[in-house]
Design a protein around this ligand. Structure first.
Ligand SMILES: Cc1ncc(COP(=O)(O)O)c(C=O)c1O
Length: 478
């Protein structure tokens, strides 16, 4: 076999492989609704399957595809299933799958603009459009695609450090006059705390602000904590407001927090990784009131925009801050087009080699349009409202307050209905049934709750009724 055929395969084998791949993707897309939502968690069985392959006896491309699809069917939580009421993981939009396939085939390298000018321009165009959607002035809207919300949050902390401490790039944390301090709540996504460590700030820099009775950041406590920290020798620099918490879809009072940030000269970041989807629906936009005042925003297309994983965005209204944070000079990067007015992503973000992340958003938007997306998000929100209604009908009590479709609930019909053993027991039994996936979590001051989120655009009324029936069935078995 010629070297080229080893990896590229012959023309005939390629055609067979691609056709087989398409058939498998179509089978999964159209038939995943028929399977159990939840896999068996059998480590031994999976390792036994893998031990059959020591890479000394090559298999055909079709066999390779079969090996993988068979095991993926069997061993994954089927997040594309309409009974998956989970952690913001969507059923991927078909055009997102098409886009990721094209990206793999064309393999554009987005580190330097001149290597992939179309791809880089697509991403920057989208970043501007999404910046405007969140209320930024088109003249200043900037940002970058990321590998997800965690990278976008990390980018936010780094840019804020460079903004507040001009010597940060040069001298690192030693360039900070005093110990920097940032603010969030117990409901902030934990990637913020992780980013604080990654930035070399340590856990000591993270201050959790207490919640109000709606599980949102208590703005009065935030204000007094900032003053107290200054008196105690800290340098406050960053507030993370959550625009749709992971636990409960709760939105911090962004506009009031923005006032504090402005008065105290702190960087305001809004983590709207999932909840940012509300900006696409006119009647939901007020949920994130004040978001346009944020210095930066995290938004994940692989959550409410149903992009395949992963497609995060970091958006900012400081057009120079990414370059100030990430600019670096090298001899080996391409020099073509140096005289053009353009952005080289490797100078403008944390990544170097860069996949064309934005294409799945671009192609899905081309086909669905803003209006198409708005009706999908509206539908999911309506399914969330229906779930609330049905739960209340059967004496489940809703304990979170959000217009977004994340529902936290307990059982108010029995005395142990708010205990950890009951709540966790319900989630375990639902999952064990294989018919649906929900989770349990802790809200506010450690209140055990069940959590169901409408993450799937295929979830219809029937699925809501089925979930409530399942919950009602398992509750009497505990
Ligand atoms: C509010 C919020 N921020 C950030 C993240 C992290 O995003 P990712 O998993 O894309 O890194 C999540 C993940 O669910 C999230 O819910």
């Amino acid at each position: 076999m010629r070297p080229s055929e080893i990896l590229e395969l012959s023309g005939d084998s390629r055609r067979v492989a691609f056709q087989h791949l398409l058939a498998e993707i179509e089978a999964y897309t159209s038939r995943v609704t028929e399977t159990s939502v939840v896999p068996p968690l059998d480590v031994k069985a999976i390792r036994t399957v893998l031990s059959n392959y020591d890479f000394t006896k090559p298999v055909t491309p079709a066999e390779a595809i079969d090996v993988v699809t068979k095991q993926l069917w069997k061993y994954q939580v089927h997040t594309p299933h309409p009974m998956y009421f989970g952690l913001f993981n969507p059923r991927p939009a078909t055009m997102g799958i098409v886009a990721d396939t094209l990206v793999a085939a064309f393999n554009p390298q987005l580190a330097a603009w001149s290597h992939s000018p179309f791809a880089v321009e697509v991403e920057q165009y989208l970043i501007h459009e999404f910046g405007k959607l969140f209320g930024y002035d088109a003249a200043v809207a900037d940002g970058t695609f990321t590998n997800g919300g965690a990278e976008a949050n990390h980018t936010a902390l780094l840019t804020a450090l460079n903004w507040k401490f001009p010597e940060f790039s040069q001298r690192g944390v030693r360039g900070c006059s005093r110990q920097p301090r940032l603010y969030g709540t117990s409901q902030s996504h934990h990637s913020i705390a992780k980013a604080a460590r990654l930035c070399g700030l340590g856990n000591i820099s993270v201050m959790e602000i207490a919640l109000d009775s709606f599980h949102r950041m208590n703005v009065n406590i935030l204000r007094s904590q900032i003053r107290q920290d200054r008196e105690n020798g800290f340098e406050p620099f960053f507030i993370n407001a959550t625009g749709g918490s992971t636990n409960a879809g709760i939105v911090d009072p962004i506009a009031r927090i923005a006032d504090v940030a402005q008065q105290e000269q702190l960087w305001l970041h809004v983590d709207a990784a999932w909840g940012g989807g509300a900006m696409l629906v006119p009647e939901l936009r007020e949920t994130l009131e004040g978001v346009e005042q944020a210095d930066s925003i995290t938004f994940d297309a692989h959550k409410w925009l149903s992009a395949p994983m992963a497609g995060g965005m970091f958006l900012t209204r400081h057009p120079h801050i990414l370059s100030e944070t990430f600019r670096i000079t090298t001899d080996y990067m391409p020099k073509e087009g140096a005289e053009l007015e353009k952005i080289d992503p490797y100078q403008h973000s944390m990544q170097w080699s860069r996949r064309f992340i934005g294409l799945k958003v671009f192609m899905s938007l081309l086909v669905a349009g803003w209006d198409g997306y708005a009706s999908v998000i509206r539908h999911q929100t309506a399914m969330g409202n229906l779930l609330r209604q049905e739960l209340v009908k059967y004496d489940w009590e809703i304990v979170n307050d959000t217009p977004l479709p994340t529902i936290c609930f307990v059982d108010s019909s029995r005395t142990d209905g708010k205990t950890a053993s009951f709540i966790d027991g319900i989630a375990q039994r639902v999952i064990a049934s294989g018919k649906a996936w929900i989770s349990s979590t802790r809200l506010g001051n450690d209140l055990p709750v069940l959590r169901a989120c409408i993450t799937n655009y295929l979830t219809e009324e029937k699925h809501i009724f089925d979930l409530v029936e399942l919950l009602n069935t398992v509750r009497v078995k505990i």
